[in-house]
Design a protein. Structure first.
Length: 96
């Protein structure tokens, strides 16, 4: 029985397009110095998830902050620390 080539070809084409796009974006990205203000704001986020809300007469706000930090080691040698921090805001305002 012959193998279905068409589905495999589409999958290979999708992965190839993804790899080419990733390569193109990584080559076009320029190396810039760190933005100290943003780095310190993200370093100030506590571990876990924080959500605060406040409402006024004209608007409602929801502010979120999240941080996930883990260290992975393979055996007794060196390890890798993964640090994910994010800030977000959702605002709804009445406009007259």
């Amino acid at each position: 029985m012959p193998a279905p080539i068409a589905p495999i070809a589409w999958t290979v084409l999708r992965f190839g397009a993804l790899a080419a796009t990733t390569y193109y974006v990584s080559r076009r990205a320029s190396m810039r110095p760190k933005d100290i203000w943003r780095e310190s704001a993200l370093d100030g986020v506590h571990d876990g998830l924080e959500v605060t809300t406040d409402r006024s007469e004209a608007e409602a706000n929801a502010h979120t902050a999240a941080r996930f930090r883990r260290t992975f080691r393979m055996g007794e040698g060196r390890g890798v620390e993964v640090d994910f921090a994010a800030l977000g805001r959702f605002r709804v305002r009445r406009i007259d």
